[in-house]
Design a protein around this ligand. Structure first.
Ligand code: PLP
Length: 462
């Protein structure tokens, strides 16, 4: 009997009309080629079957200034005409320096150095290696263990997958993993805060669990605790309870453990501040990662940002981070990201994200509150998730075979709105969540259309 794996790709968005001529679509999909996007502009995708779709999830919270921006195109062309590639072992380039400068100017929060790489997974992998080198230089060689959170998502490479909670993606690779890791509960009040508990008590319980885990492993063996300040694709835009991140920071300090924030999805403005942690009492990590919104989708780029206290150890030790990729800080990607971030600054798009986020929240709550299957609406900035449940009272999930979230996603897509499915599990079972993370340039009118379509797509299932 063949073993059937849960699909890791929740949905291949299907064109409405099957052209019957898919033989030329050879990329990635084994069956059912997804919709072919011919052109993208602003918040819209234009498909080969003639339809226009609002990209209400910006791909996966990526396209923060929208698609097809001519200024970014020009910046990429200009860079290609100057320097298309050099290896960072021997050289730097102006866009790499300017981008690092734009992000770290004045060393906000003590973050002092940036390393640009290609993808989110590469950034997290690099952050973990940097943490290890930090302890190597400090001669604390036993520190190898990484504590992360169940339902967190940190990437698809061997180590980043090992510390992620996405079960479906891990099943075929059991045994093919980083061994020194364990997980604690996510900070997820909707699911895990008890009815008889205050928020303060819930935070205290989470922190006790984390401290117990540090003590169980042996704190002198723990290298890092990694978390997304606002959890992303695993469980869908979950903000932590008050005091949680500050408590985590205090515990890491108590045991000399590095704190890594993975802001690949929630960072670069997505929650209404450049760093998501800035809205959590400015709890500053030792190392952090950013990606998606950094290049806004115009070129692959991610970044590792490092606090002075980590840099100082390397600066006075081996004087270099013993890590590198051929395409790191690629000049075209840096030029694209620089152009995107300059537009974000010039046009005040992070403030716009915060303001439009309030509008989106209010429309979502009005449109969806009374839908029987909507269990929770949560988020911050332009980073919102709707969680579907079979029973609102008990919060019971749908049987995974129902594919409720995926069906709502497909129905919304058929009506011209693209949403992102979170891959997360709820108590070991697959949950149903759809994420809204539109470009920051989206208008009120478009947000209203998105929410109206989402409501219709939900009602279509009833
Ligand atoms: N970390 C977080 C928080 C993410 O959301 C993702 C991707 O969704 C990753 C890491 C991995 O990034 P990538 O898919 O670019 O490798």
């Amino acid at each position: 009997e063949s073993s059937h794996l849960p699909s890791t790709q929740c949905l291949n968005i299907k064109p409405i009309k099957d052209s019957g001529d898919d033989d030329h679509l050879l990329h990635r999909s084994f069956i059912d080629p997804p919709a072919l996007v011919e052109r993208a502009e602003g918040v819209n995708l234009f498909l080969s079957d003639g339809r226009k779709v609002i990209d209400a999830c910006a791909g996966a919270a990526v396209a923060l200034i929208g698609h097809g921006n001519k200024e970014v195109h020009q910046a990429i062309i200009n860079q290609l005409q100057k320097v298309s590639y050099v290896h960072t072992q021997s050289y730097t380039t102006q866009p790499a320096e300017d981008l690092a400068n734009l992000i770290l100017r004045g060393s906000p929060h003590g973050l002092e150095k940036a390393f640009f790489v290609g993808s989110g997974s590469e950034a997290v992998e690099s952050a973990l290696k940097l943490a290890r080198q930090y302890y190597f230089e400090k001669n604390q060689l036993e520190r190898l263990h990484i504590v992360s959170r169940r339902q967190g998502y940190h990437g698809n490479t061997m180590t980043t997958m090992s510390i992620s909670g996405n079960l479906a993606r891990k099943i075929p690779f059991e045994g093919f993993s980083y061994p020194h890791t364990s997980q604690v509960s996510p900070a997820f009040a909707y699911r895990n805060m008890r009815d008889d508990e205050t928020e303060i008590e819930y935070t205290a319980r989470l922190l006790q669990e984390l401290e117990d885990e540090f003590l169980r492993v042996g704190p002198y063996k723990v290298m890092a605790f990694i978390a997304e300040p606002v959890a992303g694709s695993g469980i869908g835009s979950v903000t932590p309870p008050a005091g949680y991140l500050a408590g985590v920071r205090a515990l890491c300090d108590k045991y000399g453990i590095l704190l890594i924030f993975d802001e690949i999805m929630c960072g670069v403005g997505r929650t209404g501040s450049f760093f998501a942690f800035e809205q959590e009492g400015d709890v500053v990590p030792d190392i952090m990662t950013i990606a998606k919104g950094l290049g806004g989708g115009y070129a692959p780029i991610s970044g590792v940002l490092v606090h002075k206290r980590v840099i100082d150890v390397l600066r006075h030790g081996s004087k270099a981070f013993n890590h590198g990729h051929t395409y790191q800080a690629h000049p075209t990607s840096c030029a694209a990201a620089l152009a995107v971030q300059r537009i974000v600054l010039r046009d005040g798009l992070i403030a716009r994200c915060a303001a439009m986020g309030k509008i989106l929240e209010s429309i979502l709550r009005t449109e969806l509150q009374d839908c029987w299957s909507v269990g929770d609406i949560r988020g911050r900035g332009l980073f919102w998730t709707v969680e579907f449940v079979k029973n609102k009272e008990t919060k019971e999930t749908f049987d995974p075979s129902v594919h409720f979230g995926v069906r709502v996603q497909q129905a919304a897509f058929n009506k011209g709105v693209a949403l992102y499915p979170c891959s997360g599990t709820v108590d070991g079972k697959k949950g149903d969540h759809l994420m809204l993370a539109p470009p920051f340039i989206i208008t009120d009118e478009e947000l209203r259309t998105v929410c109206k379509v989402l409501r219709e797509a939900i009602e279509f299932q009833q």
